[in-house]
Write a protein that binds this ligand. Sequence first.
Ligand code: ZN
Length: 435
Amino acid sequence: MKRRMVFWSWWLGWLVGLVVMSCNAPAPVSVAAIRPASASNQQDATLTILGEGFDSSAKAWLIGKDGQKIALVALRILTPQKAEVLLAKGGQAGIYDLLWEQGGIEKRLGGAFEILAGALTIDVVDVGQGDALLIRVSSGKSVLIDAGREEDVDALISFLRAEGVTRFDYVIATHYDTDHVGGFAKLVYGPDGRPNTEDDRRATEGWWDRGGFSKSTSYASVRDLFPSIRKILDGSDASSFPSIDLGAGVKLQVVTANGAVLQKDGSIQRINCLDDENCRSIGTMISLGKFRFWTAGDLTGGGIETPDVESTLARIIDPVDVYRAHHHGSRTSSTQTLLDALKPQAIVISAGRQNSYCHPSDEVLKRLIPIPAIALFVTTSGMIDAEKCGFATNELVFGMGDRALLNAGNIRIQAGEDRYTIRSAAGEVRSYTTR
Ligand SMILES: [Zn+2]
């Protein structure tokens, strides 16, 4: 009996000892993420590396596809789970693995980081049948235009998390349809789901919308959170058409707001929107050197008896490189008159897969397809079965060959002053010269 107790107490002691030992042993080294996941090569960037078991003997590099190695310098271990490094400017643009070396052990995180060329990055985030667009400048400034539907905003939130974006300099709500502003409440309130707390994803310099009644009640409460920076672009005077310098040569100019169009001589031409919400969309030109990008929510052009803002816009707008198609490619918009004025080289469409609106419409696609050398990017596959709308998007654009890219997911446009690239989520890249 006694001997058995001795045996058990010995066994228990050994087990306790083992548990204590394993608690004291250093955690195995692992690397989980690098934040932000991308940075412009126009200036130095501070990056955070997350993982386990970090100690001060560590070294870190970025390894490119063709083996080029960039040392991440000034490494500081903040906690065993968090380190900070500096990436010097001037790195070659491309996608890199992260290599972490510590105590003779190497950990590699594939495709963890992207060095961006040029000063301007525009991400058209795939939020299904809706719109969300993030503009980032190497100066550090960022602008969010729309946040998609409430049920799709998680796609935007996880995109922002991966990119390490926790706040914006400016937020623009183009108009009050829920596929543009429905996601704002959940986005702004942050992980705790409550406004006015530490984790809110807020704007710091400006929160712009068209003012007036918001039929989206959730958006109506969000816009009231920022009285000191909220700017109402109701089209009534010149202050409705702000022009801001985002640094690094990037400019943002509002041209349409609440059914009004800013003329070249500074005067304002108004269109009667009646009760059409899309007609009131805020339209913005983003430019860097010769590069120009136009986006304007669901702005209407007279199709399906909508108020025609596009014709007035077409009279004053200069050609662009990239046109983010109005209203998800609906036949309310993207009239021939507008396309003739914009003369885009690439068109980006945000529309849900097999959506109930038949976006992008066959009418608009048939207008785009004959434009010589035009490139088309759609976030999803668009209409996949022809029964619903009488056409399938892939069949319509078939003749465009690889100039049409459906199912692109999050679309990233990266611009320098005379060149730009457009890339799909899967990494297909097209390069263009700015005209
Ligand atoms: Zn819309």
